[in-house]
Design a protein. Structure first.
Length: 288
C-alpha cells in the first residue's frame, strides 16, 4: 500500500468528517440549549436534501445556487418544530420528550415516502462535478466544496455563539434559563432561534451533499447515527467538540476501512465511541 493511497483516504476522511461535524453541531446546539435530543435530526437532513432536489427539478436551481433558500426553509422548519411541538414538552418527563421527537422522525419519514415514494433520486449534471488532481491524489470537486462550505459554516456558527450578543444570550439561556429570563432574555425566542440555527446547519450539509449523494427517504438515518456518536464523543453541548469528533469519525471510518477491513469500518467508529463512553462519559470536550 503506497503513501498516496493512505493520503487519499486521509483527505476523504477529513472532508466527510466536516459534514458529520456540521450535522452534529446542530444537534449539539439544540441539546445544549434545551436538553432535548432531536431524534428527527436525520429526517430533517433528508428534508434539506429533498428541498435542494426539488428546487433543481422544478425551477432549475443548482444546489449551490439554492443553498440560501434551503437553509432558510430548514430554519423556518426549526421554528415551526419548536412552536408546534417542542414548547409543549419542555417541562415533560424525558421519556415523553424522546417519544415526541422519535414520533416526529417517523411522521416526517412516512410523509416523505407518501409524497415522494422511496425511490432514489439525484441531481443530474450539477455545477460542481469532476475531480481535482494533486499528484496521484484525486478528490471530487463536490466533496471538496462541501467540506469547505461546512467548515466555513461551522466557523460562522462558532463565532456567532461566542462573539455576538445574541449568541451570548443563547449561552446564558442554556446555562440558567430562569436567571436569563430575569435579565430580560426571552427563553422561548432563544429556543426557537436555537432550533432555527440547528436545522439551518443541517440545511447547509444537506444542500452540499445533494450534489453528489443519492437522495431518498431513508438517507438521513446513517448520518444521524454518526451525528449522535459525534455529539457524545465531543461532549454534549460542546459545539467545538463536534468539529473534532466529526473529523475523528471521518478519519477512523476512512483509514479503518483502508488499512484493516472495509466490512467493519463502522465497527471501528463505534469501538472508539464505547471507549470514550466508558472512560470519559462526558465526552472529549464536555464537562462533568
Amino acid at each position: 500500500m503506497t503513501f498516496e493511497i493512505i493520503l487519499q483516504a486521509i483527505v476523504s476522511g477529513l472532508l466527510v468528517g466536516l459534514i458529520y461535524a456540521l450535522i452534529a453541531a446542530g444537534l449539539s446546539l439544540i441539546f445544549g440549549l434545551m436538553e432535548i435530543v432531536n431524534f428527527a435530526h436525520g429526517e430533517h437532513l433528508m428534508l434539506s436534501m429533498f428541498s435542494s432536489f426539488w428546487l433543481w427539478s422544478l425551477f432549475g436551481l443548482d444546489p449551490v445556487v439554492s443553498l440560501p433558500i434551503t437553509v432558510l426553509l430548514m430554519a423556518l422548519s426549526g421554528v415551526l418544530t419548536h412552536y408546534l411541538l417542542i414548547r409543549y414538552i419542555l417541562k415533560a418527563k424525558m421519556l415523553i420528550q424522546i417519544c415526541a421527537t422519535f414520533g416526529l422522525s417517523i411522521f416526517l419519514r412516512s410523509l416523505a415516502q407518501f409524497f415522494w415514494t422511496p425511490d432514489f433520486r439525484n441531481v443530474d449534471k450539477p455545477l460542481l462535478e469532476g475531480r481535482i488532481e494533486i499528484g496521484e491524489i484525486f478528490i471530487g470537486q463536490p466533496q471538496v466544496f462541501a467540506g469547505l462550505v461546512c467548515l466555513f459554516a461551522f466557523a460562522g456558527l462558532y463565532l456567532f455563539v461566542t462573539r455576538t450578543e445574541t449568541g451570548l444570550a443563547l449561552q446564558a439561556t442554556a446555562q440558567d434559563r430562569e436567571a436569563a429570563e430575569i435579565l430580560g432574555i426571552p427563553s422561548n425566542r432563544m429556543f426557537a432561534l436555537g432550533w432555527a440555527i440547528g436545522l439551518g446547519c443541517v440545511g447547509v450539509a444537506g444542500a452540499m451533499m445533494s450534489n453528489y449523494f443519492f437522495i431518498f427517504t431513508d438517507v438521513g438515518v446513517n448520518f444521524a447515527l454518526f451525528a449522535f456518536v459525534a455529539v457524545a464523543l465531543g461532549g454534549f453541548g460542546s459545539v467545538i467538540g463536534c468539529l473534532y469528533a466529526g473529523i475523528i469519525i471521518g478519519l477512523v471510518e476512512a483509514l479503518g476501512g483502508l488499512l484493516i477491513d472495509p466490512s467493519f469500518k463502522l465497527l471501528y467508529v463505534f469501538a472508539i465511541y464505547l471507549l470514550v463512553v466508558i472512560y470519559r462519559p462526558q465526552g472529549l470536550f464536555g464537562r462533568y
